[in-house]
Design a protein around this ligand. Structure first.
Ligand code: SF4
Length: 264
């Protein structure tokens, strides 16, 4: 099996089908400005929210030329927060020159307050943005961000981003014991942000946090759906990790996939 430096998978994803990962960070160490309590990449101090170039577009292009595996999406994700790569627009352009699949990015939304980043993200077909807390206190407790990252600015940025978006937006919430009782508060935020989809997740990959059960997730879906309806926002689709089919997909390189996802 060939080893790749910047791409991994494709993997079977419950929300993206066959997803070929593109890692714009691709470093041995995790580079992220959060240190979520459930992070599968390990526990370390959050990096400062500064952007840098980690992967040259030509090098990614050369690797994509070798990859023939078909996918539903090319998905920017990997060993850290993809928007900390300052050149995601150039990397996305390289993908578009070589592949016809739709593009997605899974982001922690830490920098979404920035108009420049919102402009870059709007070039993706599908943006999946994290929101694990309904208030600043829980945000600091669960996501443990680098100093200077502000919960209210993230919510404002998500609202602005959603308004001007041509592609699709999903808000992803990782539910654990600490935030599972806040479905009503989350629904109010989802209604304000108005994404196309809410993805309720719980940590099923190896990590320090305990996942919620099927019943707990079903209850969270039920309460969230009812509250969205009450708020007149029932056009927002809700999916949860236990309720979706995950396609069987064989990765082109298992080690590259394992080090980014924690499982094949
Ligand atoms: S945002 Fe993702 S990579 Fe960063 S700490 Fe949280 S789970 Fe880990």
């Amino acid at each position: 099996m060939t080893q790749f430096k910047y791409c991994y998978g494709p993997v079977g994803s419950w929300r993206l089908g066959a997803s070929l990962g593109v890692d714009p960070i691709s470093r041995p160490e995790k580079i992220c400005d959060y240190n979520c309590v459930y992070c599968q990449l390990g526990d370390c101090l959050p990096a400062p929210p500064d952007r840098a170039v980690y992967v040259q577009p030509q090098a990614l292009g050369a690797e994509l030329d070798l990859l023939k595996a078909p996918a539903d999406y090319l998905t920017f994700s990997g060993r850290g927060e993809p928007t900390l790569a300052a050149n995601i627009k150039e990397l996305l352009f390289e993908c578009g020159r070589r592949r016809t699949e739709k593009t997605a990015i899974i982001t922690n939304a830490s920098l979404i307050y920035s108009e420049k980043l919102r402009d870059e993200l709007s070039a993706f077909d599908f943006v999946i943005a994290k929101l694990d807390a309904p208030n600043a206190e829980l945000f600091n407790e669960i996501n443990r961000p680098a100093p200077g990252i502000c919960f209210d600015e993230i919510v404002k940025g998500l609202v602005r981003f959603s308004k001007g978006l041509r592609g699709r937006l999903a808000i992803q919430t990782m539910l654990i014991d600490r935030n599972k009782a806040y479905a009503l508060d989350f629904a109010a935020l989802y209604s304000k942000i108005s994404p196309d989809e809410v993805q309720l997740n719980t940590p099923l990959r190896p990590c320090p946090a305990k996942p919620l059960s099927r019943n707990e997730m079903a209850l969270a879906c039920l309460i969230t759906g009812a509250e969205l309806k009450r708020l007149g926002a029932d056009g927002i689709r809700i999916i949860n990790v236990y309720g979706e089919e995950t396609p069987d997909v064989l990765p082109v390189s298992a080690p590259d996939t394992l080090k980014r996802r924690g499982k094949i």
